[in-house]
Structures are given as structure tokens and as C-alpha cells.
Write a protein that binds this ligand. Structure first.
Ligand SMILES: Cc1cc2nc3c(=O)[nH]c(=O)nc-3n(C[C@H](O)[C@H](O)[C@H](O)COP(=O)(O)OP(=O)(O)OC[C@H]3O[C@@H](n4cnc5c(N)ncnc54)[C@H](O)[C@@H]3O)c2cc1C
Ligand code: FES
Length: 244
């Protein structure tokens, strides 16, 4: 897709429940013992029953993944987690905010929301890391882009641009719901913005995961209702639940 960014298409050999945007799969990248643990990846798109994953190469597992060949067999578990709520707030205008690799689950979500004409904000470090524009364009979405270095779209943080948008389009004219995925500092800032403008914000979190199925407690976060497992009760949480 771009430097260090790859798309994996997996054709399920067994029947599985249809995954929802925001759900994820644990992928076993190699049958050898190293790396031992499966790695979590969000559903990027569901295309004619095939699962697509969009990923950035960051370490051992993703380095192995990028060298997979067509026809290789892999083991994966999923769909896991709760996913984004898509039907509960039908009267609201969806505002999607992706930061960096947070674009991965938001494309599947944008596809679900096509008829509601979502507003889409997309921030990345630089122009090279802006992905999926063709996929978004094919469903009629032109994202508002920002980059940290100004090489594409507006220069600056995507959260500043979202706040500017909400300031100029107050929620009395539209009732918004925010849906986002991205680095933790971005989500935390967004959570503050959602609180300020009294808007519901759903956020897909990414914590390091060992089991992905709720057994190891390795992925817990603090919430107003105590500790919760990102892999089981999440990965999507309402921002007001999270203690940052
Ligand atoms: C629910 C969920 C969904 C995810 N979806 C995607 C996706 O769609 N596409 C994608 O590219 N990645 C996604 N990730 C992150 C992905 O799981 C990690 O990048 C991957 O496990 C790294 O494995 P590795 O062996 O290549 O790197 P490692 O050797 O395990 O780690 C390399 C570096 O990446 C950091 N890292 C590892 N995992 C994470 C993480 N979860 N968050 C932040 N930093 C991390 C490590 O601290 C280390 O610095 C997701 C994570 C979660 C929890
Ligand atoms: S990763 Fe084991 S409980 Fe969440």
C-alpha cells in the first residue's frame, strides 16, 4: 500500500460469523514457536467474504507477515471484541476520525455508513502514510486530511481540525457521533473535545494483547466502572467511560 504498509487478504477456509467494523482477529503469523503469540489486527474490509487486514510493519510478526505468499495457510481467531455500534444512533451524523494506522478499521465502518454521508477526518505523520484514498473515494468519501509535517492536507494535528469543524458546525444543526481509532494521545485529546461539545465518541483502543480472548488480563484499562479488558469488553469504548 505504501512504504512499510501492506494489505493481507485472507480467504476463510471454515465458516465464521460475519465480522463487524471495529472487531479484530488474532493472527498466527508462523507455525514455529517464535513469535509464540498471535497478534491482533482489525478487520479492514470484508470483500466478497474475504477478510482484509491493513498493517504497518513494526516488529517480528509483521515482518514475517509481509513475506507471506498467495496460497499460504494461516491460523486466525475471530471475529473478536465488540466492534463499533452502527445501528444504535441512526439519527446522528457520523464523524469518523482516523489517526495513522487507525485508518484500518475505519474504512469498513465508513462502508457501513455510506448512506449517512459521514464526515471523515484523517491525520498521519506525512503524505507517504496517507492510505486508502481510492477505497474511500469509491464509496463517495473525500477525507479532510492533515499531516504533522504539512506534506499533505492541512499541517497540524487532526484533533485541531476536528475541533475547528465542531466549533463552526455546532451540534444544534446536526447531532454528531464521533467514531475514532488512532494513537492514544490523539484519542485522549478527542475525548476532551467530545466532552466539551457534549458529543458521544466511540473509540477503538489498541493495547498490547497476549490472548485476545479475555483470559490473560494483559490488556486491561481503567474505566469509570473499574478495569475492563480491551479484547473482550472493547476494543470500542465510549470515551466518557475511559480513565486516561
Ligand atoms: C485490537 C487491535 C487491533 C489492531 N489492529 C491493527 C491493524 O489493523 N493494523 C496494524 O498495523 N496494527 C494493528 N494493531 C497493532 C498490531 O497488533 C501490532 O502492530 C503488532 O502486534 C506488532 O507485532 P510485531 O511482532 O510486528 O511487533 P512487536 O515486535 O510486537 O512490536 C514492535 C513495536 O510495536 C509496538 N507495538 C506492538 N503492539 C502495539 C500496539 N497494539 N499498539 C501500539 N504499539 C504496539 C511495540 O511496543 C514495539 O515498539 C492492532 C492492535 C490491537 C490491540
Ligand atoms: S489479551 Fe488476554 S485478556 Fe485481553
Amino acid at each position: 500500500m505504501a512504504k512499510n504498509h501492506f494489505l493481507l487478504t485472507a480467504h476463510p477456509l471454515n465458516t465464521m460469523p460475519s465480522p463487524d467494523p471495529g472487531q479484530f482477529f488474532m493472527l498466527s503469523v508462523d507455525s514455529r514457536l517464535d513469535p509464540l503469540l498471535k497478534r491482533p489486527f482489525s478487520l479492514h474490509r470484508l470483500v466478497l467474504g474475504d477478510l482484509q487486514f491493513l498493517y504497518r510493519v513494526v516488529g517480528k510478526a509483521t515482518n514475517i507477515l509481509k513475506d507471506k505468499k498467495a496460497g499460504d495457510i494461516m491460523e486466525l481467531i475471530g471475529p473478536l471484541g465488540n466492534g463499533f455500534p452502527v445501528n444504535e444512533i441512526e439519527e446522528k451524523k457520523p464523524v469518523l476520525i482516523a489517526g495513522g494506522m487507525g485508518i484500518a478499521p475505519l474504512v469498513a465502518l465508513a462502508e457501513k455508513f455510506t448512506e449517512r454521508q459521514p464526515v471523515f477526518f484523517y491525520g498521519a505523520r506525512n503524505a507517504e502514510e496517507i492510505l486508502c484514498l481510492n477505497e474511500l473515494e469509491s464509496i463517495g468519501i473525500t477525507p479532510v486530511i492533515s499531516t504533522d509535517d504539512g506534506t499533505s492536507g492541512r499541517k497540524g494535528f487532526v484533533t485541531d481540525i476536528v475541533e475547528e469543524f465542531l466549533y463552526h458546525h455546532p451540534s444544534s444543526s446536526f447531532d454528531y457521533a464521533l467514531y475514532s481509532c488512532g494513537p492514544k494521545p490523539m484519542l485522549e485529546t478527542l475525548s476532551g473535545i467530545a466532552m466539551k461539545y457534549k458529543i458521544k465518541a466511540y473509540m477503538a483502543l489498541e493495547e498490547s494483547m497476549a490472548c485476545g480472548i479475555g483470559a490473560c488480563l494483559g490488556c486491561v484499562i481503567k474505566t469509570v466502572d473499574g478495569y475492563k479488558r480491551v479484547c473482550k469488553e472493547g476494543p470500542v469504548f465510549l470515551s466518557e467511560e475511559i480513565i486516561w
